[in-house]
Design a protein around this ligand. Structure first.
Ligand code: CTP
Length: 218
């Protein structure tokens, strides 16, 4: 049995106590992966950003809010994980400051109907895991969302993030039930999968991860 660590959903980056930056991730792919891994008899820890959807039953769930929260939880939980799948849509940036209370329309530095928002980069959680594996033989699967040059950008991302497998989606997949994936690995293999439901794609991905993880052990 392998220990899966799977992230899902968006992250939320607060500007003040009521406003935040986020994205439209539904968490469907991450949840489908958690169900598929559980269905394959594996142990699953799901780290999930803020979502209304009910989390899959039978998996250990740790809810998080921001990218920094997710990084802390993932870094610690990855020490026990054989297979890490980063399916979360992590915000790449967060507001440089979080205002206590609520930003008022007037008196908050607005000038001529405009307001500047300063953002700072969030940690790249996946790249951090790729640089230094927290467990021997650990397999790392990342996702990428690309608008164009799917393979070219995917190859570059696989290398830059130091992952074993990369599943590349097109941007128009967000919020949909079906997906078309390109699967790249660090040995240079590339596969284009047919359009599948997220549940079917997740099953195939879990199977692939398990095969590759087993290969790495033998
Ligand atoms: N990811 C992460 N930490 C971040 C941003 C992304 O761990 N701060 C992970 C995602 O979970 C995903 C992978 O990195 O598995 C790729 O995310 P993607 O948004 O495609 O890549 P970016 O690095 O944000 O590149 P860009 O937006 O420039 O294409």
């Amino acid at each position: 049995m392998a220990q899966f660590l799977i992230t899902a959903g968006p992250t939320r980056e607060y500007l003040d106590d009521v406003r935040y930056l986020s994205n439209a991730s539904s968490g469907r792919m991450g949840f489908a992966l958690a169900r598929a891994a559980l269905g394959a008899g594996q142990d699953v820890h799901l780290v999930v950003g803020p979502l209304d959807a009910a989390v899959p039953k039978g998996v250990r769930v740790t809810p998080v809010i921001s990218a920094q929260d997710m990084e802390r939880v993932v870094r610690s939980a990855s020490k026990e994980a054989d297979i890490v799948i980063m399916a979360a849509a992590v915000s790449d940036f967060r507001p440089a400051f979080r205002v206590q209370g609520k930003i008022k329309r007037s008196g908050s530095g607005t000038r001529g109907g405009r307001m500047r928002l300063e953002l700072v980069e969030n940690p790249d959680i996946l790249a951090g895991l790729g640089r230094r594996r927290s467990r021997k033989g650990q397999l790392l699967l990342g996702f990428a969302l690309e608008k164009e040059k799917i393979l070219e950008n995917g190859r570059e991302k696989l290398r830059a993030k130091g992952v074993d497998l990369l599943a590349v989606n097109r941007v128009d997949v967000i919020g949909k039930d079906r997906t078309r994936l390109w699967i790249l690995d660090r040995e240079g293999r590339e596969e284009e999968w047919p359009e599948l439901s997220k549940a079917a794609a997740a099953k195939r991905l879990v199977k692939l991860c398990l095969e590759r993880w087993e290969e790495g052990r033998s």
